[in-house]
Structure formats: C-alpha cells, structure tokens
Design a protein around this ligand. Structure first.
Ligand SMILES: Cc1cc2nc3c(=O)[nH]c(=O)nc-3n(C[C@H](O)[C@H](O)[C@H](O)COP(=O)(O)OP(=O)(O)OC[C@H]3O[C@@H](n4cnc5c(N)ncnc54)[C@H](O)[C@@H]3O)c2cc1C
Length: 589
C-alpha cells in the first residue's frame, strides 16, 4: 500500500494562483503571506502523513465497538486526536476571544484536505466538532460561549450534530425529539440515529448539538429549536462532572468509514437529558442553515481529499506493475505506458485539479462572505450560496468515479481488500448521502438558489466566466477557451429552460435539477482549469515539467471530461417532458 503524500504544491498553487486569496487582504488584520501559508501547510502535511494516515487501514479493519454503554474507538485514534488537538489545529480559524487563532477558514480547509485524505473516519470527529463550534459561536449566549468554546477550540471536548431521526432524514420538518422547560434548563427526550462520533473516549466531554421541539411549538421546520446537551454536565467550575441522561444505544455496521462510530443515541431514558437552548426558541433550523455552507463545502472537500488519496495509490501502482509490452514491443511495460491506463489516470487527475480549484475558490468566497462588508459581502453571500451545492454535489459524485477508477487501475488486486484501494471507494460512498443527499443539493441549486432570484446570480456568474474567457490571451489555451465557450452557451440556455420549468411547475421542474447541477460542475471545473493553465504558463517559479503537467491536465479535461456537459445540457432540453411521463408510466409494467 502506498504512503499518502500531502499535495502541498498543488494546494498552494490553487490558493495563490486560482483562488486568489489576496482578495481577502483588505479585510484581514494580519496579512497571510505565502511563507506563512507554506509553513502552516508544511506542518499540517506532516501531521496527516505521519500521524493520521498510518491508522487509516487498521481503523478500517478494527472499527469501533460499544462496551458497557461506551464507544471504544479504533486503536491509535485517541493518540492521533491528542496530537491533532495539541497542535492547535481545531482552533485554527476560531475566534481568538475563545482561544482560536483567528486565521481565515480557507487555511483550515487546506489543512483538512490532508487530514481527510489521510483518514476520512478520523477527520469526521474534528469536522463535526467544528460544526458544533460554529453553531455555538454564531447563535449561543455569551454565557454558553464562555463555558463551551475554549475547551472545544482546544480540542479537549469534541462536538456532534444530532439532526436525524428514524422518520426525519432529508425532511427535518418531521423531527419529533422533545424539549421540556425545567427551571433554567430543558429536559430532552427522544432518539437520534446516524450520529457521527456520537460517543468515544478521545475527549473529556462530548458536546451534542440537538434539534428538538418545545411543547406547543408550531408544526414543521418553524417549530424546531437547537440545544446543547453535554455528555457530562459541567460543575460550578465549568468542569465535566455528572453524567447526563444521554446514551449510545449501538453503532451501525457500515459499508465504509468503519472507524467513525455512527451511533444510535438515546436522550432522556430516565429524567430527561439536561439541555441548554442555543439561540431563540423555534429557530433551530435557521441556526443550522447559517452553518450549512461550511458543512456542505466540508463534505465536498472530503470528495476531493479521498479522490486525491485514491489517485496517488493508483499512480504508484501503475508505475510499478508490469504487464504487456511497450509501444516498440522491445520490453515489458509498466502499465502506466498503456494508453488506456493513462486515460484512467488522467480522468482522475484532471478532475481532481478542477475539483481542487473549485473547493478553494468557494472557500475564499465563503471567507469573503463573512469578512468583507457592503456590496462585496452581499455578492459573496450570493455567490457562496450558488457554489455550495455544486461543491458538495458535483465533487462527491466525481469522487465515486475516481475512487472506482483507482480500483480499476489495480486490476484484480484492486478488488482485494489487503491492497487498501477498495477502502477509499467504500469510504467515499457515504459522501453523496450525508449532509443533505446530492438529490437535495441539486434541488437546492435549482430551487432555493436559481428560482428564488429568477436566475440573476447565476447569470451574473456566467457573464463573469465569459468576460474572463474573453480576456485570456496565451495562445496555447485558445482551443480550450473555445471549447469552454461552447459549453457556456449551453449553460445559459439550460439555465433559462430550468427557470421556465420551475415556473410552470416547481415540483416537476426539480426533475431537471441533477442534470443542471452536474452541467454547472463540469462548466465551472473547465473555467477554473483554463484559469489554472494560464496561471501555470505565466508562473515564474514553476518548473517546465510542472507546467507541462498542467497543460496535460487542462487539455485532457477540455477534450475528454468537458464534453460530458453536452449530455447534461441535452438532458435538460429534452428532459422537460419525460419527467412528467415518468411519474405516471415508468413503473407500471
Ligand atoms: C454514515 C452516516 C453518518 C451520518 N452522520 C450524521 C450526523 O452526524 N448527524 C445527523 O444528524 N445525521 C447524520 N447522518 C444522516 C444523513 O444526513 C441522512 O442519512 C441523510 O440526510 C439522508 O436522510 P435519510 O437517510 O433519511 O434518507 P431519505 O431522506 O429517506 O432519502 C432517501 C432518498 O430519497 C431522496 N429524497 C428524499 N426526500 C426527497 C425530496 N424531497 N425530493 C427529492 N428526493 C428526495 C433522497 O435524495 C434519497 O435518495 C449520517 C448518515 C450516515 C449514513
């Protein structure tokens, strides 16, 4: 099994030359220059490669288990979590008032790319903790923030997100968990399922963020409130003390991410678990939505990370494995010399390059939406809203293809568990499902985002892409620019078709949503690929080999991957009528 190598040069290139992090400079107190970035990411890379990656395969094999009502995590995870926390990685972009380092969150994204690629199961614990930290930071009272944030940002206490119930998955309006006022606190009762890292021994306390309904709350999403429910209730000194009435019932047996305990949680079997209201009553879903962009982009990042990990392993194998002969038939060839294997590797690599550009462009826009002011902030909020479902949906769909291709490159050995490459495909399979299925992401894009402003922000994005393509001069990218422009015209037409469909029937119109999300993913990927090609060719410090590698990646993307966009655009043009027919006839045979 090959070792994971944190792709620091590709990440730095994406941040500095494609995502243009300097856009943030006017809004930052302290500038983040490329030397500081290099130093932080260098350390992050070492942690991922040397501490977190080595327990990935063993964690997959051992999984986690419940013993006497407590989850025991896989071997080595507790030590790795300690190293991660003590390195200050959780608080990287946290509020300095509570012990965070206040760096822009694109840096945390770049750090997390390594952690997620090294070990997806492990990475979920800090990721869920960050989600809980964000919810508390944005919505809790100062008293709750003072009590919980410093320990959480220091990694001494972990966090979880408890939304899902047996009858409430995609549709959170169906949540039935109850919260009853009891003096200054609330008593929480009910069951939550699929709770990632719902219990473990890696931290001194676990802070559950739980959605529940107050008595007489309105029906549906407008009657859901958000609560902090700690595993151990704090004493007067703010230290974990009495065990709260919250229990892990079982951990799920899953297809992948075996070392991440996915827990059935029971709240309030006895007197009711003690909970503290976060934000206003009945505004829990609103609170969740304010952190949705980060969480969903975080899952898109997982798609990129695991794809990179699978690609590295496939590339190493393709260089080593000898089979057949070279083109002149004089000697046995490593399989990387066969054009069909090259096709697979380039399909992986060129999409990973596009995915990475999108991840960091969206991360910088997300930072701008928080840090900037006035018109810039308004525009970045709208742009982040558009990017988020594409980052989550399109990238995690690509991860299915890429991790599967990594198995294919290995031939029969790919199907054998000891090779280790199958783990990436099994682990990646959850990505299109959790944090809002990709079907729900696509509906979010075509519905809440496109329909709600009559396509204004999307048309603005498409005009910006057009203006940038028109301004690009280097001669060698001309052919690629022309190809992207053809797809851009298709995207404009498809946007209008989707808008018309949504206007005539907003439920039936969602039948085009997936095709639209994929079309936009391939187009944005292509736009950023040609931007990367231009930036690499003009890069003074980049080696000729690296420039050539970028040319190969972008040319391959424009020739072999971008044409997929025509399929989705055609499906949108032709598909309007079939959605209606499907409803009635497809399953009546
Ligand atoms: C390993 C794992 C970890 C998880 N971690 C957490 C966690 O930490 N916290 C937490 O709260 N939850 C967690 N979840 C739950 C996860 O977010 C849900 O499984 C997911 O949101 C989908 O809900 P569901 O499983 O009920 O599927 P359903 O909602 O039943 O969906 C089934 C299918 O129907 C489609 N569908 C449903 N409604 C619609 C609609 N209106 N329009 C179009 N299509 C629709 C979906 O896209 C999907 O394809 C986790 C799940 C897993 C498997």
């Amino acid at each position: 099994m090959s070792e994971y190598q944190y792709p620091i040069n590709d990440i730095l290139f994406s941040l500095l030359c494609v995502a243009h992090i300097e856009r943030l400079t006017p809004y930052l107190e302290d500038e983040v220059d490329s030397d500081l970035l290099d130093a932080i990411l260098g350390e992050a890379g070492k942690l991922s490669e040397q501490v977190i990656a080595p327990i990935n395969a063993s964690g997959d094999k051992d999984g986690s288990r419940v013993e006497q009502g407590e989850v025991i995590e896989a071997k080595g995870f507790k030590e790795a979590f300690k190293a991660y926390s003590e390195g200050g990685w959780i608080g990287l972009s946290g509020d300095p008032k509570y012990g965070g380092q206040g760096l822009p969150s694109y840096i945390a994204t770049a750090v997390n790319e390594g952690v997620q690629a090294a070990n997806l199961s492990f990475s979920l614990c800090p990721l869920l903790s960050l989600g809980a930290i964000e919810a508390i930071s944005l919505h809790a009272s100062d008293e709750l923030k003072n009590l919980y944030l410093p320990k959480m940002l220091a990694g001494e206490w972990a966090g979880t997100m408890n939304l899902t119930e047996p009858a409430a998955g995609s549709d959170l309006a169906a949540i039935s968990c109850k919260a009853t006022p009891d003096g200054d606190v609330f008593r929480i009762k009910g069951q939550k399922i699929f709770i990632t890292w719902g219990d473990h021994q890696m931290s001194d306390n676990i802070i559950h963020l739980v959605l529940a309904r107050l008595p007489n709350a309105p029906e549906g999403v407008k009657g859901i409130s958000l609560f902090i429910v700690p595993k151990f209730i704090l004493n007067e000194q703010g230290e974990p003390n009495e065990r709260n009435d919250v229990q892990v019932v079982s951990v799920e047996h899953k297809m992948g991410i075996h070392a991440s305990p996915t827990c059935v949680m029971s709240f309030g079997d006895k007197k009711g678990a003690v909970g503290y209201l976060v934000g206003q009553e009945n505004e829990g879903i609103k609170a969740m939505f304010t952190m949705m962009n980060n969480a969903r982009q975080g899952v898109g990042l997982q798609g990129l990370a695991i794809s990179e990990r699978a690609y590295q392993q496939a590339l190493d194998y393709a260089k080593e494995r000898k089979q057949g002969f070279n083109a002149s038939r004089t000697e046995r060839a490593a399989i990387i010399e066969h054009p069909d294997v090259l096709r697979m590797l380039m399909t992986m690599k060129s999409q990973i390059d596009a995915m990475r550009s999108l991840v960091y462009v969206a991360a910088v826009e997300n930072d701008l939406s928080h840090l900037s002011t006035g018109d810039q902030q308004k525009q970045s909020i709208a742009r982040t809203a558009l990017y988020t479902p594409i980052v989550k949906g399109w990238i995690t769909e690509q991860a299915q293809e890429i991790t599967s291709l990594a198995i294919q490159v290995h031939g029969g050995m790919g199907f054998i568990e000891e090779t280790g490459v199958a783990q990436h495909a099994r682990d990646a399979r959850i990505l299109p499902i959790y944090e809002g299925t990709n079907g729900i992401q696509a509906i979010d894009l075509i519905g809440r985002k496109l329909h709600s402003d009559n396509g204004a922000e999307m048309m603005e994005l498409l005009s910006e892409i057009e203006a940038e393509l028109n301004s690009m001069v280097p001669p060698h990218t001309n052919e690629n620019i022309a190809k992207v422009k053809v797809v851009l015209e298709q995207a404009k037409k498809s946007t209008q078709t989707c808008l018309l469909s949504m206007k005539s029937d907003s439920v039936l119109g969602t039948g085009l949503a997936y095709d639209y999300m994929m079309l936009m993913g391939y187009l944005i990927g292509a736009w950023l690929q040609v931007r990367a090609q231009g930036a690499s060719s003009n890069h003074h410090d980049m080696s000729d080999d690296a420039k050539m590698s970028w040319d190969c990646s972008v040319d391959f993307y424009c020739d072999h991957i971008l044409p997929r966009a025509f399929g989705y655009a055609s499906a949108i043009q032709f598909g309007q009528t079939t959605v209606d027919r499907l409803n009635k006839n497809a399953f009546n045979r």
